[in-house]
Design a protein around this ligand. Structure first.
Ligand SMILES: Nc1ncnc2c1ncn2[C@@H]1O[C@H](COP(=O)(O)OP(=O)(O)OP(=O)(O)O)[C@@H](O)[C@H]1O
Length: 219
């Protein structure tokens, strides 16, 4: 088990987090905590700021104000990337590398759990036998499954999942829920964005509702 799964009550703690674009507020100030074993479902309409929030928490965007603590300590950009696994809208895959090469590259970049290996991860997400398939030859759902394999290999205790159900069939939706449930049972935590109630992890879940006051004016 990764060391960060251990002691502290709140895996993620957010205080006064505020983000604006062109001086227009997108979200916040927000304050919430996510404990080990907990999933926070982030809901909101198109443009409400869900992706922006996850990108800020992943350290990919800088907030205008506020603090983010991970496992009890202030997390700067770099520290955050070690503790956090981010599954974005589009899969971060290299088109001309195989499924196996993509996972090897990502594990080299972000680390991996020593007790798990790449072929196990492909089997876990229903891609057994696809080791040598190039990423560009995979369907959208298969690409999402490959990203889920990466997640399963990740040592990060905090998962940030942006629309993890997109492009997945029913079996894939059940797979996401199973992976999240297992992760939480091991003391991890997850933030999951979704537009509605069509899918959600069947686990201890709280809700964070976002609404961007500028969204209507911009659409
Ligand atoms: N790269 C960008 N440059 C400028 N504005 C952006 C950019 N990305 C997002 N926005 C704006 O920021 C606001 C929040 O966008 P965000 O993608 O976080 O919303 P969301 O809740 O994830 O939406 P969706 O449900 O459609 O995925 C929107 O008004 C959007 O137009």
């Amino acid at each position: 088990m990764p060391e960060s799964h251990a002691a502290n009550p709140a895996l993620l703690s957010v205080r006064g987090l505020f983000f604006a674009r062109d001086e227009q507020p997108v979200f916040g100030p927000l304050a919430f905590e996510v404990e080990p074993g907990e999933a926070l479902l982030v809901q909101g309409d198109n443009g409400a700021g869900k992706t922006t929030l996850l990108r800020v928490l992943a350290g990919l965007l800088r907030a205008d104000a506020g603090e983010v603590g991970i496992a009890g300590s202030h997390a700067d950009h770099r520290a955050r990337s070690r503790h956090v696994a981010y599954l974005g809208h589009s899969p971060a895959l290299k088109a001309d590398l195989s499924a196996e090469q993509n996972l090897r590259f990502l594990c080299g970049l972000h680390g991996s759990r020593p007790e798990r290996d790449i072929s196990q991860s492909l089997a876990r997400v229903g891609l057994a036998g696809h080791d040598d398939a190039l990423a560009r030859q995979l369907s959208a759902g298969q690409k999402k499954r490959l990203s889920l394999a990466r997640l399963w290999l990740s040592p990060a205790p905090l998962w940030l999942l942006d629309e993890p159900y997109a492009n997945l069939d029913l079996d894939g939706i059940a797979l996401v829920n199973a992976l999240v449930s297992e992760h939480l049972a091991e003391g991890g935590a997850a933030l999951v964005t979704t537009h509605g109630a069509y899918a959600a992890p069947p686990v201890r879940t709280r809700m964070l509702q976002l609404s961007n006051p500028n969204a209507a004016a911009r659409t």
